[in-house]
Design a protein around this ligand. Sequence first.
Ligand code: SF4
Length: 787
Amino acid sequence: MMPTVDEGTEKIFSYCIHCAGLCGVIAHVKEGHLIKVEGDPDSLNNGGTLCPKGLSAKQEIYHPDRLKYPMKRSNPKADANPGWVRISWDEALDTIAAKMKEIRDRDGPEAFVFQKGSTGGSSGTEWYRFFHRLSALYGSPNHGGTGHICCYSRSCPGLPTHLGGKGQHPAIDYARTNLIFLVGYNILHTHPPLARKILDAKQRGAKLIVVDPVLSPTAAKADTWLALRPGTDLALFLAMHHVIIRERLYDSEFLASWSNAPFLVRDDNGLFLREGKAYVVWDSDAERPHPADPWLPPEVKPALTGSMSVNGTRCRPAWQLFFEMVDKCSPEWAQEITSIPAEDIRMVARLFATTKPASTDWYNGLHRSSNGFYTAVALALLSVVTGNWDVPGGLSFESDLMFKDVKGSQFLPEGWVQKSLVAAAGFKAREYNREYVGPMNLVADAILTDKPYPIKGMLALASGVATSNPNSKKMIDALRKLEFLAVGDIWETPAMVAADIILPCATHWESEFVNYNAPYLMYRRPIVQPQHEAWPDIKIVFELARRLGYEKEFWNGDIKTAFNEMLQPLNVTVDGLAASSRGIRYLPPEPHYGKYAAKDKKTGKPNGVATPTGRLEIYSETLKTLGYEPLPYWQEPEPGPVSTPELFEKFPLILSSGFKPMHWLHGQLRAIPWLRECDEEPRVWINRRSARGLGIRDGDVVMVETPKRDGTLQGSVRLKAHLTESVQPQVIYIPYGWWQGCSSLDIKDSGYLDGSANINNLYDDSFTDPVSGTIGMVSYPCRIRKE
Ligand code: SF4
């Protein structure tokens, strides 16, 4: 069916991917030109609404400052002016492919890094699969993303290790939950379609508790706002466990049946006691050990607490160890660390444990911490210990996207894990999960030191690699040292100063893909053709694959055939979807819960979860074996007032960042005038009392400075002050993602190094979570002075 036509204007049904909301969009196009966009009232995601980002599509597409054609540098790398010269796509891609081959043949595929930006909100959310496929075929284990500064601790490796799953994000059943415990997640602005579900839940009586150091728009909607010291969420969660255990508010039946809480752990080595291959529990009725395979006959009542001797080996159930660990973490102890009153911690713990069903959710505000791994685990375990895991209204893993996986990890060469920078840096949990999306600070270190091996080249797409990563100075120095750098984006970004080739990329509005925009499975055709000579990233990837000799593995260069392979599990084709302007109406099966209890048809035993023990893991023997703590335990993040007091002597304030208003997509879109008018410049939020003490008034220009690990100056930013009661006296808040100007409003780029507005210039990236590699950015020492 052809698109509907109204007075010469074609209506094209599409969707926005500037956040995970996937709002349905109706684009009004006349003679190939976009007139306007509006929300699709039939979309189950947005019901006709669009946020400012979606509504600004027209200004994004037709922005005069977009990159227009491929270019190569004509000046040496040391020259501040690259001397860009326009070239053809053929020359650009031939050059990139030739350098990739040269580096692979001379230095090995690991010497070339594939780098992409956030998969939430950029077009990368769709084509990243094919970028992975390209790097897998090329053979490089070094595929850098943004997980180390984004949602890594939410998806991996902690949650797969403890709860099974394959890196999916746990999801809330908003329609049925009666309590939402939201941590570091300004969902009202960053994911409006989900925020609507929260507000609906509130309207029918569900409680909303928000944990955030800043009074974000979401925190302002909460029934209870817990304003904690940044970086101390883990202490709060451990204290909540303490209350739940001390007051026996946990679900002992669920824990005994579906978690490894009853498995006996040997005192002598911290590993599970085994009888043959089976784990062992203590049968409290019979007062003797009993094997668990990992399931138990109904007559066995496993003990969760105590200390027992089995054939001369002293053991304790995993739950006993968890209990002993959190028993030290009283609300009074946590009050000292978090600055949340102990009574509030008790109240929230009781409310969470006694409201059924209850759910937790968290995002970036929790992630950028050097204790992020155990923080995420401790939070997720709140759902397990209270029996709120994988129940209606609780927390569960989202059912996997129904598309076939085309990332092509089967093409990776043998030994790729060990060759990766992640493995060489000693991140064993990541190695264990065979991950090939690594923190970019490891890449910068390897480029600058040639250790563990030289990195010679990089292809970065949609990434803002210089400004989106902490320690921008170091990243730029590293990029400049590369033998070859190709960068593709919609705009000229700071990283391009070090590039050899730059590629103009199309917006997602000008690109095609297949996706589920509820209630439609949709082939999203471009609403307008790419402007100037821009290409969709997916086309760049396919054309590079052809030049590198992977044509066969890339469906002979036919993108639609690739989409058809993705669609196979759904028994539809691109042509079938494209036959209707909206696509095909499709409602996924109702989620089913208690998946762990579903029985295997052959054995008749429960399927359990995809962890080493087959049960939800309170105690991780895997972590123990890898040399980490098997239980979440309190550790002050580095840097922090307690872990690095010497830094806080000279830099006494705590720098917080994270929550962002709804018109920004990380570091993107600042050039769009409709959006920029809403938020012209970033400001540093300072508590009124602290500001008075420093002689700072609202609107004053201030300099914020931070230290490196050794106490010398890391960097500075220059911003106007915003005096507020929304942050604590010891905390200042600076929004992230600022460097780009807006020519239509005559606002110049603000730079990205000292004296700029780029907060990533303020972080020493050597403060990392020892398990996950996440960079510590949430409680950074700083000082502030009036200019
Ligand atoms: S960015 Fe805005 S319009 Fe786009 S999907 Fe998200 S909420 Fe919807």
